[in-house]
Design a protein around this ligand. Sequence first.
Ligand SMILES: Cc1cc2nc3c(=O)[nH]c(=O)nc-3n(C[C@H](O)[C@H](O)[C@H](O)COP(=O)(O)O)c2cc1C
Length: 256
Amino acid sequence: MFRTIKNIFSLVTGKPHVSKKVRSQETMNLILNRRSCRSFTDEEIGADDFQAILEAGRFAPSAVNLQTWSFITFTRNQWHEVFDRPIPFNGMRAIIVCADGARLKNHFSDFRETPYLNISFALFNAGLAAMNMTIAAEALGLKSIMLSETGKTGLLDFSYLQEKLGLPDLVIPVTTLVVGKEKGGKAGVPPRQPWNAVVMEKQYHEVNSQFLDDWFQQMFIGFKLTHPLSNFQKQLAFYKKKMAEAEEEIKKQYRT
Ligand SMILES: Cc1cc2nc3c(=O)[nH]c(=O)nc-3n(C[C@H](O)[C@H](O)[C@H](O)COP(=O)(O)O)c2cc1C
């Protein structure tokens, strides 16, 4: 009981621990206060702003400067044409960020001998591009969310997206970045694993499983608070099934 109360307290008070001086720094503030947005208004996004977000992706760092990514963009209408439903959470624009190993394989013979490494780099690089775009959106006063499941939007719906978007082998739809203006209040802070579980000095150390139990309980409490009518275990089972399916698709790519 005491642990549950402690975890509820951690959930409610779990904000980044940084000094006041750091918090007053604009970029740090933007990074630490970014939250995934799950409700957007009908307000348009300026073409310049949308272009700037994509440029932030294009200018992200990448291993060996390989830029192993492709960005497929959508307006609301275009999304509807392809998927026959609205952009999730009523977003105004969407960008499907793909890890793209096809260009390496097809156009640069030097990289043909290392397919596993290529995909690993491509996935990492695509994540960096998506994060750069997220930060750019925040800097422009917009909000965003990366999705991999909601509305069949990413890695967990690999084969569906492959078919809908005509993706060739080695092009992996990692995530959909939904962008727009935020509707309603600011989202709460989902629980972070504790500092001691993730920050390690000098050498790797095993994580105390009690830390992770606490974090998992905080996730559970957070889920119950935000989805009072849903069943956490059912949701987990649903994810597990989709993950098993996506696993098979990923395996195929590694064998390509
Ligand atoms: C690759 C990726 C995929 C995600 N997929 C989903 C999703 O399908 N549905 C959803 O509601 N949130 C999704 N999220 C958002 C995470 O739930 C969110 O980032 C996490 O809970 C931390 O919250 P914060 O972004 O507000 O800090 C995704 C985030 C990432 C990075």
